[in-house]
Design a protein around this ligand. Structure first.
Ligand SMILES: NC(=O)c1ccc[n+]([C@@H]2O[C@H](COP(=O)([O-])OP(=O)(O)OC[C@H]3O[C@@H](n4cnc5c(N)ncnc54)[C@H](OP(=O)(O)O)[C@@H]3O)[C@@H](O)[C@H]2O)c1
Length: 287
């Protein structure tokens, strides 16, 4: 397992486990317990997923010391105003049964972003959060936040997968020393990702599965990622990506799959913003 070092010196595992769309408390707890058993230590949840308490129970049941985990959660836009961010951070901590978070993100770049960010800064200085970051921010939004605040985001969690590779935004984040983290690394299987002929050909050459090739491609690009699965066999498969290497030709073949579009939402699209802020689920297929 690779660890990366964030811009404030905090170490973050490069591969983790996402729990979006695990709505049933017992299913989420069981999946996280299995993921911990497989070896995952980075768990990515969010207040809006409604499953922080299940994640907290799974961590507690593991009897593994808290400092071996890297727990990420996210602040939802309805909690960006007034005193709400501070209350929401405390609520996340309580749900997770922890007195600190490893990483806390502004989930979306909408609403009272500056107020929310300053609450995250305060919690960071108070030692409640080891690193603070953002999600779904574009380059201009990131620069605006950086220029008018004290703490630079440590992470930008954005959609990245073979269909939507975000090369320009990735490069910008790297120039700013902001770690890129990929959500929906498999595009949730959209556009027949798991049977794509090019990915299948590369997988066959390495005697690996398509999902493993996609995760390996992300690792080799220096990106953190958090694949989700409720199936133990897939958790094992998604974790078993450190014993092979894609060569330059294979990396180029994957690069050629870039459609430069999302199968979920475009964060700059006014209709998408209205839907997300109005209660649409971030990352859930909007089609
Ligand atoms: N910041 C944001 O706005 C945002 C948005 C979306 C997601 N996220 C985070 O990113 C995480 C990952 O994204 P995601 O859950 O949307 O999508 P994803 O990881 O791209 O895809 C998950 C889907 O792929 C299937 N799958 C997983 N491993 C597989 C394998 N080896 N072979 C075949 N199918 C496989 C899963 O099915 P099964 O579960 O049935 O195995 C599930 O349907 C989320 O869980 C969440 O933590 C963040």
């Amino acid at each position: 397992m690779n660890d990366l070092v964030l811009n404030n010196g905090v170490k973050m595992p490069q591969l983790g486990f996402g729990v979006f769309q695990m709505d049933q408390a017992d299913e989420c707890q069981r999946a996280v317990e299995e993921a911990i058993g497989v070896g995952y230590r980075l768990i990515d949840t969010a207040a809006t997923y409604g499953n922080e308490a299940s994640v907290g129970r799974a961590i507690k049941n593991s009897h593994i010391s808290r400092d071996h985990f890297f727990i990420t959660s996210k602040l939802w836009v309805s909690d960006f105003q007034g005193d709400k961010p501070t209350e929401a951070i405390d609520r996340s901590l309580k749900q997770l049964g922890s007195d600190y978070l490893d990483l806390y993100l502004l989930h979306m770049p909408y609403g009272d972003v500056f107020n929310a960010w300053r609450a995250l800064e305060q919690a960071y200085h108070a030692g409640k959060i080891r690193a603070i970051g953002v999600s779904n921010f574009t380059a201009d939004q990131l620069m605006n936040l950086e220029l008018f605040n004290d703490v630079k985001p440590a992470v930008n969690q954005i959609e990245i997968n073979p269909w939507n590779q975000r090369e320009l935004l990735k490069r910008f984040c790297e120039q700013q020393d902001v770690q890129v983290e990929a959500w929906a690394p498999f595009a949730e299987g959209q556009n027949h990702l798991f049977t794509n002929p090019i990915l299948s050909q590369i997988a066959q050459a390495h005697q690996k599965q398509v999902g493993q090739v996609v995760l390996r491609w992300l690792m080799q690009r220096g990106i953190v990622t958090i694949p989700k699965s409720v199936h133990r066999q897939r958790m094992v498969e998604n974790f078993d990506i450190f014993d092979f290497q894609l060569n330059a030709d294979e990396m180029k073949m994957i690069e050629s799959l870039n459609l430069r579009r999302s199968f979920f939402f475009d964060p700059r699209d006014p209709a998408a913003i209205k839907s997300i802020v109005g209660g649409g689920r971030p990352g859930a297929n909007q089609d």
